[in-house]
Design a protein. Structure first.
Length: 87
């Protein structure tokens, strides 16, 4: 199991995995969230398919990327700040 898969299950979110667990797709209330392990395996990128929140962000830990992505998908900006503070 990849670190991304493990983090997603630990956080209690459901998602679809591709690329041997290095790419996760999650469905939020407002948009679809993508979390992808960086090519060098030293971090994770996350973005949302909502044009207003489509910014790609980098996080060192998969749980941080997942939480930030899901916060954007639900419109909870406070969770993004908390996750970013620990990046």
């Amino acid at each position: 199991m990849s670190r991304l898969e493990d983090a997603l299950l630990t956080l209690g979110y459901a998602g679809q995995f591709e690329l041997s667990g290095r790419w996760a797709t999650l469905r939020g209330e407002r948009c679809v969230v993508f979390v992808v392990e960086a090519a060098n395996a030293e971090g994770y990128y996350t973005w949302c398919d909502d044009p207003a929140t489509r910014t790609v962000e980098f996080y060192r830990e998969p749980a941080q990327a997942i939480v930030a992505g899901m916060c954007r998908a639900t419109g909870d900006a406070s969770g993004i700040r908390r996750s970013r503070d620990h990046a």
